[in-house]
Design a protein around this ligand. Structure first.
Ligand SMILES: Nc1nc2c(c(=O)[nH]1)N[C@H]1C(S)=C(S)[C@@H](COP(=O)(O)OP(=O)(O)OC[C@H]3O[C@@H](n4cnc5c(=O)[nH]c(N)nc54)[C@H](O)[C@@H]3O)O[C@H]1N2
Ligand SMILES: Nc1nc2c(c(=O)[nH]1)N[C@H]1C(S)=C(S)[C@@H](COP(=O)(O)OP(=O)(O)OC[C@H]3O[C@@H](n4cnc5c(=O)[nH]c(N)nc54)[C@H](O)[C@@H]3O)O[C@H]1N2
Ligand SMILES: [Mo]
Length: 791
């Protein structure tokens, strides 16, 4: 697929282009012990310190106490739900929510003058941490063809440029409209409406790198691509399994729910190649006992699965459960549920004639003794919740893994009843809402019919590009315009060198954003950066304070009202950006009253209600305390897949053969405790005991010795997928309790190693947690991206 010169970009002659990667330079690593506790005093101290560090203590501090409150705004960090009833009067937030708020509440800002003094090339020499800490974007800027510096542009002229480019395309499918997961329901709805009226379904979105795998796995089995539990289910359950997810860092408020469940007797099983702090113990910062010590031991059982060993592990559990069932018929499996609510049970059970526990245990990397303990914890319990995250969704066979989880839930009848079910833990705070609002490259015919009935235009019927296909289409020259509603497409996506080439081929890139990021520096021939309001800021429209709404990980739609003064008077909210772009582009042929939406979000919500099921009386119910739940037939009625008359099928999967060459390792890319995706809050990964360095590769001690390395050695990482060499130079080896032949690194630094063709079967997501790498002693002659010298 790639040509020889595709890889040349990391060679010296290419250094004249702005760097698509953070500088290849090391800081000053220190290594402490792996932590066994999450949150507690250091968590709270770290969050307050962060706000002070951003000189925003007053601004941010005031806002913190409104975050996730009934009349406040939705935390911009993760999608974990807020309690339906009793929200902490002190604060319903966590350390990482506070960091996310500090990021956007900063009083620092970037003006057009700043861009005049700093070329795009020079800005790209900064680290991602430095770029993120330059401050908030405060006015629209434009990079002309051949230009080296972004320069000021009026909003009207910016929309005119976009309109010119879009209207000049040979086909609407030559434009791509990306969405990150912070965009509100209201802005998402008008966005997809404009893009569909313009004429394309090219909606790559961050779900295509996140939980697309979950949706793809769940829809055909349980009939809905979303989870089936409510927060309350965690408070009264028997077993919670957390597989491939790191709640202590990425959904810290989940720990309070685990703590509550645990106190009522729930057992927690953690399945992860790393003994993550949040899976082991928790000190609740919102309760006095958590602040002064105490704390709860969370994990009852930790299974150190090998990277990608999960399918074998889940099958081993099923095999053991079957054994228990044979010994105590009817006590382990829920036969009434199986016969009434499922199909395919006999074929499913039959497959186990061919599996041996020892083989499955060996493939999973977990001992038969530990597997037996896990099966025993589950076997005689009725209420089981499975939670999962990127550790599964970003595996090449992630769809199978999630369907295997569904198989277990079906065997146990543990779905669609209190204290039980499937819980994909979503990422971005409104990523689930974006999808519900039809930001989707493959909408269903019914969804499009509905749009047509309500609005009268004929929406495009052919599917559009997802993230991976968008990159390939841009690279192949089939696309000319990229519009990004938030996010950092370049740094979040795989195969950085290839993706950068793809972006550089475009005629126009336009990015709506609150902060500058590297993605804005790898641009098309012309480029626009359009600054918008953050969720915590007041949104006045025609003298009236507006609110938006979002949907959390458990399908609750709730309002969100900003309360901080916007950082600049020249910011336009996302809904109005879309309305003005629509008017500029299709104003003379549109059937939609964009001015109405521009002037009132109530009007947007009224029309959402007409188009999308579950939003009846939207404007009334969204104002109720705690919002409202969207319907979920799997959860509420045990009604599953339509094509099986409401039953759920068991799925037959196969255990993959994972062969590695003698000098190969599997690499999973993950987040530190100090980042939100590509936004780097700080340089520490406190719970993992790794400080002041991101270019590290975590390795098993035995592997380090066997390869002739020592802890602290400098190495280069290579990937050879598609027959080409990808290199990520200059990493430091950190010995870590991780299974042999497995390694862990941080993204976005190692995205350069992930082939655009290394995808999850079915969902077409990048398999960023299944990357084959080689590790070689650092070669000082390797061409490298140097950091800015002015620092
Ligand atoms: N503070 C903060 N919060 C966030 C984010 C953030 O970056 N920072 N990001 C948000 C977003 S968009 C998302 S999607 C979520 C992501 O939240 P998570 O799903 O927790 O994402 P990751 O940190 O990528 O990795 C999850 C875990 O997978 C494990 N893992 C890796 N490979 C395997 C494997 O083969 N098997 C198993 N069982 N486990 C494996 C890793 O050790 C890690 O503990 O968090 C959201 N919340
Ligand atoms: N190797 C590897 N790659 C991964 C992952 C991984 O685990 N490993 N995880 C993947 C996952 S799960 C995800 S979700 C993607 C994330 O992909 P994205 O969502 O594209 O990336 P983010 O880093 O979350 O986007 C951050 C940017 O969004 C902008 N922003 C923040 N708030 C707002 C707002 O309110 N409005 C607007 N318009 N802009 C805003 C800021 O300017 C910031 O620079 O990355 C994926 N990439
Ligand atoms: Mo995500």
């Amino acid at each position: 697929m790639k040509e020889e010169n595709d890889i040349k970009e990391t060679r010296p002659e290419a250094n004249k282009k702005p760097s698509a990667e953070p500088p290849h330079e090391l800081l000053d690593l220190t290594v402490g012990g792996v932590k066994k506790w999450a949150a507690g005093v250091p968590g709270v101290v770290a969050s307050v310190k962060d706000l002070i560090g951003e000189k925003t203590l007053l601004r941010g501090g005031k806002a913190l106490f409104k975050m996730n409150q009934f009349d406040g705004f939705d935390c911009p960090s993760c999608a974990w739900p807020d309690p339906d009833d009793d929200r902490s009067p002190i604060a319903e937030y966590c350390e990482n929510g506070a960091k996310a708020l500090a990021e956007e509440a900063t009083t620092k800002k970037i003006t057009a003058d700043f861009f005049k003094n700093n070329s795009v090339y020079d800005l790209a020499k900064l680290t991602d941490y430095e770029i993120g800490h330059l401050g908030r974007l405060s006015e629209p800027v434009y990079l002309p063809k051949g230009g080296t510096h972004y320069q000021p542009i009026s909003w009207d002229d910016a929309f005119k440029k976009i309109a010119e480019h879009l209207n000049g395309l040979a086909s609407p499918d030559e434009a791509i409209f990306y969405t990150s997961g912070r965009t509100s329901n209201e802005a998402s709805f008008v966005y997809q409406l404009f893009v569909r009226e313009f004429g394309t379904n090219n909606f790559p979105d961050c779900s295509n790198m996140c939980h697309e795998t979950s949706g793809f796995a769940l829809s055909p089995t349980i009939g809905i691509g979303k989870g089936t539990v409510k927060l309350h289910d965690f408070y009264d359950t028997d077993v919670i399994v957390i597989i491939g997810q790191n709640p202590g860092t990425n959904a810290p408020r989940m720990l309070s729910a685990l703590e509550r469940g645990k106190k009522k007797g729930a057992k927690i099983i953690a399945i992860n190649p790393l003994p993550e702090a949040g899976l082991m113990g928790f000190r609740n910062p919102q309760q006095l006992s958590g602040v002064i010590g105490g704390g709860v031991n969370l994990g009852d059982l930790y299974l150190p699965v090998r990277i990608n060993g999960d399918l074998a592990l889940l099958k081993a559990l099923e095999l053991l459960l079957l054994d228990f069932e044979k010994k105590s018929p009817g006590e382990v499996f829920d036969h009434e549920f199986i016969s009434q609510k499922t199909v395919g049970y006999d074929a499913f059970i039959k497959q186990f004639d061919h599996y041996r526990l020892d083989d499955l245990a060996a493939a999973s990397g977990v001992s038969t003794a530990l597997l037996y303990e896990a099966a025993q914890l589950i076997a005689f319990k009725k209420r089981i919740i499975f939670c999962w995250g990127m550790g599964l969704t970003q595996q090449h066979n992630g769809v199978d893994m999630i369907r295997e989880i569904v198989n277990i839930l079906l065997l146990k009848g543990s779905i669609g009843k209190p204290g039980a079910g499937a819980c994909p833990v979503r990422g971005h705070s409104n990523v689930q809402g974006n999808r519900t609002m039809l930001i989707n490259h493959h909408p269903t015919a019914e969804q499009l019919d509905r749009l047509q009935q309500v609005f009268g235009f004929n929406p495009p019927r052919t599917g559009g590009y997802d993230v991976v296909n968008a990159i390939k289409a841009m690279h192949a020259g089939k696309v000319n315009v990229f519009f990004g509603m938030g996010g950092n497409f370049l740094s979040a996506t795989p195969d950085t060198t290839y993706t950068a080439e793809a972006m550089r081929k475009l005629a126009l890139t336009a990015f709506v954003s609150i902060k500058l990021n590297r993605g804005h520096l790898i641009h098309g021939k012309e480029s626009l950066i359009l600054p918008t309001k953050s969720r915590s800021e007041i949104d006045m429209v025609k003298g009236e304070k507006q609110f938006v709404s979002t949907e959390n990980s458990m399908g609750v739609v709730e309002w969100s009202k900003g309360m901080l003064k916007p950082i600049s008077d020249d910011l336009i909210n996302e809904t109005q950006i879309v309305c003005r772009m629509a008017r500029a582009t299709i104003g003379n042929r549109t059937v939609v009253d964009w001015q109405r939406y521009h002037d009132s979000y109530d009007a947007v919500r009224d029309d959402i209600e007409k188009c999308i099921a579950g939003f009846e009386d939207y404007n009334i119910r969204v104002k109720q305390k705690g919002g409202f739940y969207l319907p979920n037939a799997a959860r509420d009625e045990q009604r599953f897949a339509k094509q099986f008359n409401g039953r759920a099928p068991f799925t037959l999967t196969t255990v993959p053969e994972n062969t590695l060459a003698p000098d190969e390792y599997l690499m999973a890319t993950t987040r530190t405790h100090d980042q939100f995706n590509t936004t780097i809050y700080g340089l520490d990964d406190r719970y993992r005991g790794i400080f002041n360095e991101r270019r590290v590769v975590m390795m098993n001690e035995k592997d380090i010795a066997q390869a002739g390395f020592k802890p602290g050695d400098k190495v280069d990482l290579f990937n050879y997928d598609d027959g080409i060499e990808r290199v990520a130079p200059l990493f430091i080896i950190v010995p870590y309790p991780i299974p042999e032949r497995n390694t862990m690194t941080y993204f976005p630094e190692t995205n350069v190693l992930v082939s655009v063709n290394n995808v999850v079967k079915g969902s077409n997501m990048p398999a960023s947690k299944y990357v084959k790498i080689k590790i070689k002693k650092h070669d000082p002659d390797l061409p490298m991206r140097k950091a800015s010298t002015s620092r």
